[in-house]
Every structure is written in C-alpha cells, then in structure tokens.
Design a binder for this molecule. Structure first.
Ligand SMILES: Nc1nc2c(ncn2[C@@H]2O[C@H](COP(=O)(O)OP(=O)(O)OP(=O)(O)O)[C@@H](O)[C@H]2O)c(=O)[nH]1
Ligand SMILES: [Mg+2]
Length: 360
C-alpha cells in the first residue's frame, strides 16, 4: 500500500518526502532533480501507542508504517513526452492514494511557469493526469469493443463505464464525479490516476503561518470549491525539524503557532484514505507494536501479519481495547476482572484492539 507524491518540478516534493521519511532524497533548486523514484516508510503517529509505551515501558515501541513514493516533477505536455514525459506516471499507477504538492512559498527558487500560482499549477497537473488517463481509456476501449463483439458478457459493463470516462476526460470533467463507487471498484486495476483519492499539500513558506499570501488564500478557496482535502505544510521547516527528538519538534511547532505538524496530519489523512485501521500487540516487556490492517481484516488474517505460524496454528484471539487496558493499568488485572474477550478466527479486527493470539 503506497502513497504517491506528485506535483510540478521544484514544488518541494522531495523536501516533503524527506520530512516524512528518513529517506534522504536529493533536494535541489533545479527542475527534474528527482529522476528515479524515492521510496520510503513513514511512521504513523498514534497517541495510543505513546500511552501504551508509558504504561508498559517495553524495550521497543514500534509504530505502524506506510510507504511514500516521490517521483519526478510533471510538466505541461508531459502526456506527449515533455519533461521526463509520462513514463514515470506508470510508476504511480499502482499507488492507492495521491499527494499533490502545490508550491505556495515565494522565495528565490525557480518555478517552471515563472510565477507562484498554486491554483494554475494544480490545473496543469490535473490536465496532464486526465490526458494520460484518456490514452489508457482509449486503448482499453478498443480491446473491450473487440471482447464485446466476440460475446464476452463481462466486458459490456466495463465498456459502458469506459465510454462514460472517455466522454468526461475529453470534456475535462472529473471522472470522480461521473463514476459511482461501485463502477470505480470495477475498473480499479486500470490504475486511472484521476480516480485515485487525492490529498493536496500546500507547501507554504514560514511567513504564511501568520500572514497567508494571496496565492495561499486563493488556493484555500479553490480547494474548498473543489470539495477536496488540503493540508498546509512548511515542508522545508519540517524536513529540518526531523533531526530533533519528537518532544522538541512539538515544542518548536507550538511556538510557531502550529497545532499539529502538517506531516502528521498528512500521514493521518493518508492512513484513513488507505482504509487502514490499527491493532496492537504487547509482547511481555519486550515490544509494543502497532499493526496497520485494512478495515474488514479477520483475526486469522491479522495473526498472519504478525507471524505465519500464528495463522497456521491459530486457536483463538484474546482481545482488550487500548482504553480498557489504560483503565485497568495492567493486562494481568484486566484478565482477572474478565475484561479480555475471546474471539475466533472470523472476528473482524477493530481499530484500537490489543490482540493476544493463542496458537499451537
Ligand atoms: N523556501 C523554501 N524552499 C523550499 C521549500 N520546499 C522546498 N524548497 C526548495 O525548493 C527546491 C526544490 O525542492 P525539491 O524538494 O527538490 O523539489 P521537487 O518537487 O522534488 O523537484 P523535482 O524533483 O525537480 O521535481 C529546493 O531548493 C528546496 O530546498 C519551502 O517550503 N520553502
Ligand atoms: Mg524531487
């Protein structure tokens, strides 16, 4: 499960990637600094994990992680091969969520379009994504038409969706507005970029924190009208902050008037869009660990995430919620009070479950 970072060259994609991961991607004031994609893991901030860590005081506290991919900048005409062309777009067709960085910071860095104008930049990228998807849709339509003619029934349904999509893309209308969730599911494997959930990141300058620039104000209005999500991040600042311990990072951002770090908000939102929830395991005094799983994961599948032996020899799952454990302050006490529930392999894992798997 991956999140792909896109945007114009020099928007700060690799800077954001570095703020999110320990990736150490190359960052520079020239376009197309990134050529081959950077891939890295990001810890998912979770206050419950911190509380469990404080209560149990294990040797290790291991957070859930999700993967980010940082690709080359996209420019006008990319679908026809401008810039690095859309070849690298194929690298993100498989991601589940897109993060689009729109440059709002003003100072000194060159801009491929000459001026800072995030709304225009978003429209440029959107058009490129549409045109690149349109090519795929057209190719699919040719194949589907053949299949329908030769009597393959299942192809008919897809054909109708693809025709609708072609219409929308040609008119520059968002395919998300045209296709129902069911239809989108049916054609998910096509990897259409314009159908992927997207989070916009306004890469703001520090001065925007107190005095939002007119381009940031315009962007906020535009995203609101578009009914999309946007998070404001000082990517440069957060990248530099990453060197410091969490507590210090928090104190620092608070002193700048930021409630929650932009990257933390971004990871949280991405986690949610990836349809992930978290369960926890507590291994003696050794480790407290958060595990990301898709909503609808069974206890048996969850056991398999922890260890294949646990899945093979699964007997039962003993479960307590984080809040219950924090209330009883000890697993032993909670067990004595009968607060652990016993569940079988079909139990659907809930966000915030602490699970102890019994297996042989
Ligand atoms: N002042 C300021 N500079 C930034 C900020 N974010 C990035 N930069 C600078 O902008 C330049 C480009 O940043 P990158 O992160 O390399 O941009 P990119 O989007 O990955 O660019 P490509 O890989 O070329 O597509 C670098 O010189 C960064 O230091 C920011 O928030 N404020
Ligand atoms: Mg880059």
């Amino acid at each position: 499960m991956q999140v792909g970072i896109i945007g114009l060259p020099n928007a700060g994609k690799s800077t954001l990637f570095n703020a999110l991961t320990k990736g150490g991607a190359r960052v520079a004031n020239f376009p197309f600094c990134t050529i081959s994609p950077n891939v890295g893991m990001t810890s998912v901030p979770d206050p419950r994990l911190e509380k469990l860590g404080k209560l149990i005081n294990p040797q290790r506290v291991t957070p859930a992680e999700i993967e980010f991919v940082d690709v080359a900048g996209l420019v006008k005409g990319a679908h026809q091969g401008e810039g690095l062309g859309n070849e690298f777009l194929s690298k993100i067709r498989g991601v589940d969520v897109l993060v689009e960085v729109a440059r709002c910071f003003e100072e000194g860095i060159s801009h491929p379009e000459g001026t800072v104008n995030p709304v225009r930049d978003i429209q440029i990228i959107e058009l490129e994504l549409f045109l690149s998807d349109l090519e795929i849709v057209q190719r699919r339509l040719t194949k589907l038409n053949k299949l329908v003619k030769s009597g393959v029934k299942e192809a008919k349904e897809k054909l109708i969706i693809m025709e609708k999509l072609k219409d929308a893309l040609e008119k520059g209308e968002s395919p998300k507005m045209i296709c129902s969730k069911e239809e989108q599911k049916l054609i998910k494997e096509e990897g259409l970029l314009s159908l992927k959930p997207i989070i916009y990141v306004a890469n703001i300058g520090e001065e925007d924190l107190n005095f939002p620039s007119s381009s940031l104000v315009n962007l906020r209005k535009y995203i609101l009208e578009k009914k999309e999500r946007m998070i404001e991040v000082c990517a440069q600042l957060e990248m530099e902050l990453r060197e410091f311990p969490l507590e210090e990072q928090r104190e620092f951002v608070e002193s700048m008037g930021i409630k929650i770090k932009g990257t933390d908000q971004l990871v949280e939102e991405a986690y949610h869009l990836l349809n992930l929830i978290t369960f926890f395991t507590v291994t003696g005094g050794e480790e407290v660990k958060a595990w990301p799983v898709r909503k609808g994961t069974s206890a048996l599948q969850a056991a398999g995430k922890v260890h294949s032996d646990m899945q093979k020899g699964f007997i039962r799952a003993e479960i307590i919620t984080v809040s219950e454990l924090l209330r009883f302050k000890s697993l032993k006490k909670a067990r004595e009070e009968g607060k652990l529930t016993v569940e079988g392999k079909d139990y659907l894992v809930k966000d915030g479950d602490i699970i102890h798997f019994r297996f042989n």
